[in-house]
Design a protein around this ligand. Sequence first.
Ligand code: PMP
Length: 449
Amino acid sequence: MDNQTFAERDLAVLWHPCTQMKDHEHLPMIPIKSGQGVWLEDFDGNRYLDAISSWWVNIFGHANPQINAAIKAQLDTLEHVIFAGFTHETGIKLAEKLVEITPAGLSRCFYADNGSAAVEVALKMSFHYWLNSGQPQKTKFITLENSYHGETLGALAVGNVALYKETYRPMLMDVITVPGPDCYYREPGESYADYSSRRFALMAEVLAQHANEVCAVIIEPLVQCAGNMRMYDAVYLKLLREACDQHNVHLIADEVAVGFGRTGTLFACEQAAISPDFLCLSKGLTGGYLPLSAVLTSDKIYQAFYDDYAKLTAFLHSHSYTGNALACSAALATIGIFQQQAIIDSNRRLIAKMAEIATRFTEHPHVAEVRQTGMILAIEMVKNKHTREAFAWQERRGMKVYQYALRQGVLLRPLGNVIYFMPPYVITEAELELLGEVAWQGINHAVNN
Ligand code: PMP
């Protein structure tokens, strides 16, 4: 079997995510045969460096021996069991670990099975907490411009990326959208911290005005990933925590994309020394192996649901695969690797290497900004460096980078005109250099064709 055979069979029956399927009339579908570390291999023997961690999920490489072994052992014991009325050792151990490693005060763990579902859980829990606490008028959510929280209807409603949201707007609940701290728009010479705190004034105003009807503010700490990897300073989170406390509004930290070391600390909230009321985790949670998410919350919130059944205050939300034992075993093994191998410390070397690679791009005539937060590096490709005029989206320049890089054996998947590296933490410095070189050539190719 070769690539073409599988591609034909695929295109005859499958409908792929986030894809205009007609593109595949000219864009080859790539059937992957196997993965090893940062490398993927197709059925024709071509290899691709997975520079985006397969949609930001894979952190310790494909076919990681430790995670493989954990899942295999779990498989021979218990694959899955209903998680209402029943429990299992792996699910308990994972919840204990998550409570231990997440910011202080988060002492309860609720499982779901993907990032969007975690966001739905946090939104519903927040609303329901206020209802149970005699504040039924709190029904609204505050979100930031350019935010992204997933594709299910609640998650999409609190997101703000027009490309994904606009089509479905008539189906979505109303939210309060506040201009964000995206530091791409800071004044020349203004620091990230200054811009982020200056922009907080807009949030403070909205909170003061609407707190009485607002359940929570939902935010992606430090990096708005799907919103073109736009970044801001931790001071914004610190100010937001204070204001939420002052106004009696929950803070939902969506660390689905940035959790598990992406920003340089295990959780991004650590950089602001804050604890959210709800912490949403997924993606890296299982090392990129299996769908699982978790919402961590406080005892105070848990207690507002804890009462006699007849009071009807329970959180009756469920998913069939809640607490799946195989997924929990992958997550436990993943956290084990973080702890045994002191990954947060060892990543510093990779983060410095990424910064070194980035310097070359700052002078590129079609790059407006190079930004980095920990293990995320983004390069903003523009038509005009000085005015920052963007390439028209119809030109699909990012797609040209994607296609060029694939031919060079690198999987980059730009967001619009933003090329980014978000590699697994098992990448080597030499592989990072290869990435930098291919991205450089890819940008040159894309701006000239
Ligand atoms: N929140 C954030 C911040 C995300 O980046 C994503 C996915 N990219 C989600 C939520 C949704 O997660 P999932 O795709 O697993 O539903």
